[in-house]
Design a protein around this ligand. Structure first.
Ligand code: NAD
Length: 368
């Protein structure tokens, strides 16, 4: 299969981790007989320095033509004092908005070798494997008006959704549940908010189309508690923008390692932007210390969600699992009796693991 991938390295450790993930994608292409082509463009601080804007037009144009987009991270102290519209983050928000990427997917899965680093007891976090599907382009963060009134004594923000915006994210969540364990928890605040009551109506309507998926509604406060008392309870969680923002950050600390968390922002036709959850880590940039696994796992998500290559995605994920089980790790991961390696060495271990697996079986599964 031929696929064109745009890489947006961004700032700080972004160039290191995207380079590492590109190497793993090349290994996948060689192993499975695909032809992946790559094109690199600037975003964030690097684009401000070289082109005077955090989101150059040629970056947007290239992303529009891509089959998938892989981003590192944006930002850093060098650009902290710039005015709001010139900040590196504007590049990221702008590209998501211009491409209409309305669904944010944040998987959280514990890795056995790292469970000791979780703030929860290993037996509580042990079997967690959940996906948060967050609505990304509507709700409170985008509602108008959002302003101060009455000489600054009153303030208003607006939580607005159209029915079609709710429908498309709910559709996406059912799609995700069906390729996982067929369980969907819709999180809202329907005892207080009218928008949540419409959200529940839509979920109830859509569930008729998916009788194989077990559906429940949960209030956001109860969901926040359940995430720390019994994270293994959840499969797919679907929720609106602000609740999703908070719950996905809460969930991200469960596994105890920021360097392991991938994410995707996608739209209905499957185009997606894939990026690690962590930032540009300026404190370790340029030292080959950055853990590339979150970006490598983001590349796996691209294969699964944008390219329909589940076998190849599984292959990357199990190679990461094996490398950790073999106790290779970067400095951010505390692995007892482990072997600390550089970021590029860790990525090479993932590629080596994939190359050493039996190719014939994988390719037969892929084309069966
Ligand atoms: P950060 O995620 O960059 O770093 C937090 C801590 O985690 C640091 O100690 C860092 O060294 C470590 N860390 C992060 N990723 C790591 C990795 N892959 N391997 C090893 N260690 C890793 O968060 P921050 O320090 O709050 O922000 C730094 C910059 O990143 C800021 O300019 C912020 O605005 C930006 N940021 C960007 C994004 C994004 O592009 N999506 C997200 C968050 C923060």
């Amino acid at each position: 299969m031929e696929k064109h991938i745009v890489i947006l390295p961004g700032d700080g450790i972004g160039p290191e981790v995207t380079k590492a993930a590109k190497g793993v994608l090349e290994t996948v292409a060689a192993k499975f007989g695909h032809n992946f082509t790559f094109e690199t463009h600037e975003i964030g601080g690097a684009a401000i320095d070289n082109q005077g804007t955090p989101l150059p037009e040629d970056t947007v144009a290239a992303c529009r033509k891509a089959d998938g987009i892989l981003l590192g991270a944006v930002g850093g102290p060098k650009w902290d004092d710039l005015p709001g519209h010139m900040r590196p983050e504007k590049g990221l928000l702008g590209i998501r908005k211009q491409l209409g990427l309305f669904a944010n997917l944040r998987p959280v899965k514990g890795f056995d070798a790292l469970l000791h680093a979780s703030p929860l007891k290993p037996e509580v976090v042990g079997d967690s494997d959940l996906l948060i599907v967050r609505e990304l382009t509507g709700g409170l963060y985008f509602g108008e008006p959002s302003e101060r009134r009455n000489n600054g004594q009153d303030v208003v923000d607006t939580l607005a959704y159209s029915r079609s915006e709710i429908e498309r994210i709910v559709d996406q969540s059912f799609k995700s549940a069906k390729v996982r364990r067929n369980k969907l928890t819709s999180v809202d605040k329907a005892n207080v908010l009218e928008s949540s009551r419409m959200w529940r109506e839509v979920v109830e309507e859509k569930k008729q189309e998916h009788p194989d998926v077990e559906v429940e509604h949960m209030l956001v406060d109860a969901a926040a508690m359940k995430l720390v008392t019994n994270p293994g309870y959840f499969d797919v969680i679907v929720t609106e923008n602000m609740f999703g923002d908070i719950l996905s950050d809460e969930a991200s600390v469960l596994t105890g390692s920021l360097g392991m968390l991938p994410s995707a922002s996608i739209r209905q036709d499957g185009l997606g932007l894939y990026e690690p959850v962590h930032g540009s880590a300026p404190d370790i940039a340029g030292q080959n210390k950055a853990n590339p696994l979150a970006t490598i796992l983001s590349a796996a998500m691209m294969l699964r969600h944008s390219f329909n290559m589940s076998v190849e995605a599984d292959e990357i994920e199990s190679a990461v699992q094996s490398v950790l089980n073999d106790k290779y790790h970067t400095a951010d991961l505390k692995v007892k009796d482990g072997t600390q390696v550089s970021g590029s060495e860790l990525a090479e271990k993932v590629s080596e693991q994939m190359t050493s697996n039996d190719t014939t079986d994988d390719i037969m599964r892929c084309y069966a």
